[in-house]
Design a protein around this ligand. Structure first.
Ligand code: UDP
Ligand code: MG
Length: 315
């Protein structure tokens, strides 16, 4: 079949939905998103990206595709992470606007018609759905994400407070996001960084429809650290500040030591020496570790491997 015969017109909206082990959620998600888009009288395509699931996620996507060819699927060769999955969807999207949301229905599809109306009204290129409340997230995790957003703001100047990956944006913005060639991607941060005109719509995060969150505490902390290193040189600047203060301290101690030596009272404590040694040694190791992180980040970028590999596609 000619490539152009089955898809003459690009749809108005492409929904990009990453899914990792969401077999219980796919059908409900497809139905809810389809209903919302039909309700908004939009022509659409729906792209599920199976991010290397080990359960029946891909079978469900295939079944949805057989029922409704507007549902399409990309299957990655293994689990590459949500960012890579979203990128794969973005690259395949043909819509005039792109809608990104999670497969677990924590991003309520009931918001979609309003997002589309806002975008259609013109004037804004990005419609952000922002979290008014965080459905049943444990206290520690909520505190953690607050802290992280604060840190991210200080380090990168990018305001992430309550933002989510639930967005509707037009082609131009998608092209800008795709043009950012970095390996370590962070969709939310990049969408803010890119600028354009944004509108905000608030929503309450519900509980997951099915399955469980794919994030462990360790995973979140690691992700937080990685994104800071990838988007900001602030830790390097902190090292500068720390070394400057140590230099001042060193000069002061040197003067004091000389003074003691000159006045013949130089039998000073062993403890002081040990403590200073430990502090300086520890600080130097820590600084090296931070620099090593940046080298790792550079290494990742320089290798320039593909962000993901496709195993199969349904279109
Ligand atoms: N996800 C993915 N790859 C992963 C982890 C998650 O594609 O490696 C998808 C997942 O299927 C869901 C979305 O990303 O659609 C958000 O994941 P999750 O619900 O686990 O995160 P949370 O809502 O807890 O932040
Ligand atoms: Mg979720």
């Amino acid at each position: 079949m000619d490539a152009h015969t089955h898809s003459p017109e690009p749809p108005e909206i492409t929904a990009v939905i990453p899914a990792f082990n969401e077999e219980q959620g796919i059908d409900a998600c497809a139905a809810a998103v389809r209903a919302a888009l039909e309700g908004a009288q939009a022509s659409f395509e729906l792209i599920f990206i199976d991010d290397g699931s080990s359960d029946g996620t891909w079978d469900r996507i295939e079944r949805c595709h057989r029922h409704d060819p507007r549902v399409k699927g990309l299957r990655l060769s293994r689990n590459f992470g949500k960012e890579a999955a979203m990128l794969a969807g973005l690259e395949a999207a043909r819509g005039r606007a792109i809608l990104t949301l999670d497969a677990d229905l924590q991003h309520p599809p009931s918001l979609i018609p309003e997002m589309i109306r806002t975008w259609r009204a013109g004037g804004v290129q990005v419609v952000d759905a922002v979290k008014r409340s965080r459905g049943g997230e444990p206290f520690l995790r909520r505190l953690g994400s607050r802290l992280y957003n604060r840190m991210a703001l200080m380090a990168t100047g990018v305001e992430l407070e309550d933002s989510s990956d639930f967005k509707l944006f037009d082609r131009e913005v998608a092209a800008a996001l795709l043009a950012m060639g970095e390996r370590r991607r962070f969709f939310r941060g990049m969408a803010v960084w890119a600028g354009f005109s944004h509108a905000r719509i608030e929503f309450d995060v519900g509980g997951r429809a099915a399955g469980s969150s794919k994030w462990s505490f360790r995973g979140l902390v690691w992700m937080a650290w990685k994104t800071i290193v990838s988007y900001s040189a602030a830790p390097l600047r902190i090292i500068h500040a720390a070394s400057a203060s140590f230099l001042i301290l060193a000069v002061a101690l040197f003067i004091r030591a000389m003074q003691l030596w000159l006045t013949g009272r130089a039998v000073s404590g062993f403890t002081t020496v040990i403590i200073l040694l430990l502090i300086v040694g520890g600080l130097m190791l820590f600084c090296l570790a931070v620099i090593a992180e940046y080298i790792m980040a550079i290494y990742d970028e320089v290798k320039a491997r593909p962000h993901y590999l496709l195993r199969e596609r349904l279109d």
